[in-house]
Design a protein around this ligand. Structure first.
Ligand code: BV8
Length: 235
């Protein structure tokens, strides 16, 4: 069985990273159009860097939760059975990897990487970022940014994502509100190709009605149960 899992901020909520659109979420305290767009970065790079520096420090003190660990078990368990997990995340944290997942596609980039705006080089970066910092590999300076996809920018590896999506037997969205595209459109893409769909979330998402199966609750409780059922082939 080939499963395509799309995760969102809800899978990391119980690790303390907060979500975007829940009542006390990031976008209720910060304006995404002032912090998560290329125009915002051009206008006030220091403010944008401060926003991501705060989130990077939060991430470095966060730990994966049972949902991240269950998805790592799913990856190994499917491989043992000749199947595969394609784990695509909208999240810019590294909690899937720290929980043991071997292949994670970060379609919206990674908070623990920096990118040189002059040449596109990326590298691991755990410290605070500022535009002034010189980029070690290419020596350009003055244009460092987080390796993150902002609104209005093309998400990463979309061809690989659609190839994997259309080759899946099951599409599962976990911890996402289904409000940001193109990720929010994956479920209708899957349905259009006759692929079974399942939503696992705290509450119905914006596109809940498009899912064949829906399971609700805290990810750290619902995801491990679902993974054990998949691996014991009860579903
Ligand atoms: C693009 C990185 C084009 C930065 C992010 C109309 C139609 C189609 C598109 C658009 C449109 N209008 C505007 C657009 C474009 C825009 C968009 O979709 N806007 C929305 C607001 C309408 N999209 C884009 O700009 C994308 N790019 O379209 O490019 C293009 C084409 C050609 C050439 C160039 C460009 C890029 C979008 C990426 C933006 N970057 N993140 C950062 O992190 O700072 S988006 C950000 O929000 C996240 O990455 C994530 O992807 C997204 C959605 O967030 P979620 O993960 O779903 O989190 P949310 O808080 O919303 O929901 C959490 C869920 O978890 C909730 O449902 C909650 O109930 C649940 N939950 C909470 N706790 C738990 C839980 N579940 C389980 N257990 C729990 N404990």
């Amino acid at each position: 069985m080939n499963i395509f899992v799309l995760t969102g901020a809800g899978v990391s909520a119980e690790s303390g990273l907060g979500t975007f659109r829940d009542k006390d979420g990031l976008w209720s305290r910060f304006d995404p159009m002032k912090l998560a767009t290329p125009e915002a970065f051009a206008h006030d790079p220091d403010q944008v860097h401060a926003f991501y520096n705060m989130r990077r420090q939060n991430l470095l003190s966060a730990e994966p939760n049972a949902a991240h660990r269950a998805l790592a078990r799913l990856e190994a368990g499917l491989a043992e059975r000749g199947g595969s997990l394609f784990l695509c995340t909208q999240n810019i944290d590294d909690l899937h990897e720290r929980a043991g997942a071997k292949r994670v596609l970060h379609m919206h980039g990674e908070l623990l990487k920096a990118r040189c705006t002059a040449c596109g080089d990326t590298m691991l970066w755990h410290e605070d970022l500022s535009v002034a910092a010189p980029f070690p590999s290419c020596r350009h300076s003055g244009g460092l940014r987080p390796h993150v996809v902002w609104f209005g920018e093309m998400p990463l590896e979309m061809d690989a994502i659609y190839d994997a999506l259309l080759g899946a037997n099951l599409f599962v969205a976990i911890g996402t509100s289904g409000s940001v595209y193109p990720a929010a459109g994956f479920v209708s893409e899957a349905r259009g190709h006759g692929i079974r769909t399942c939503e696992i979330n705290l509450e119905p998402s914006d596109n809940a009605r498009q899912f064949d199966e829906r399971r609700y609750g805290e990810a750290s409780e619902v995801v491990p149960v679902w993974v054990e059922q998949v691996l014991s082939q009860k579903i």
